[in-house]
Design a protein around this ligand. Structure first.
Ligand SMILES: [Fe+2]
Ligand SMILES: [Fe+2]
Length: 168
């Protein structure tokens, strides 16, 4: 098991890992290799969004700007739609690379909202003095369990949290 990380360090490390995978995807040309990286991105993002929504965001509830938190949930849901598309498709699809690229752009924006200096979600959570060590331990445990589960039985079809009105 990795060293103990506080919540913010753990979530930021996830962000860096996914950014690195997006970069690898861009540089890779073989279809099989591209798909492998894309699926890894989908797995990482699925688990990351899930632990944020199950543990970190609820801990922020009532302690940081409500609008910002709501946007974050909707941004996750937007990403889940593309994740589902990428998981269901393959590199020979006309729009495969475009979907991965647009997902990376959406994630870049979302990560900025979380990490922005002084006004981002993480900065506000720090100011609110959340118990980052305790939350970090919870995130790490849940992440480990989900990763093991999804690696053995496949990533589940993403479920949106805030999209309720239409099915596309
Ligand atoms: Fe995040
Ligand atoms: Fe997030």
């Amino acid at each position: 098991m990795a060293d103990k990380q506080d919540a913010i360090a753990l979530l930021k490390a996830d962000h860096r890992k996914v950014e690195d995978l997006f970069e690898q995807f861009e540089k890779t040309s073989g279809e099989g290799r591209k798909q492998k990286i894309a699926l890894e991105i989908c797995l990482e993002l699925t688990v990351h969004a899930q632990i944020e929504e199950e543990i970190f965001y609820p801990a922020c509830e009532g302690k940081i700007e409500e609008d910002l938190l709501k946007e974050a949930y909707v941004e996750h849901d937007g990403a889940k739609v593309l994740i589902a598309e990428i998981e269901a498709g393959g590199p020979d699809d006309d729009f495969y690379d475009a979907k991965v690229l647009v997902l990376s752009e959406q994630i870049e924006h979302h990560v900025e909202e979380e990490e922005k200096r002084s006004s981002g979600i993480f900065a506000q959570a720090k100011k609110a003095e959340l118990d980052m060590d305790r939350i970090g331990a919870e995130l790490a445990a849940r992440k480990q369990a989900l990763m093991a589960n999804y690696k053995s039985s496949g990533t589940p079809k993403p479920e949106t949290t805030t999209f309720t009105e239409v099915t596309v």
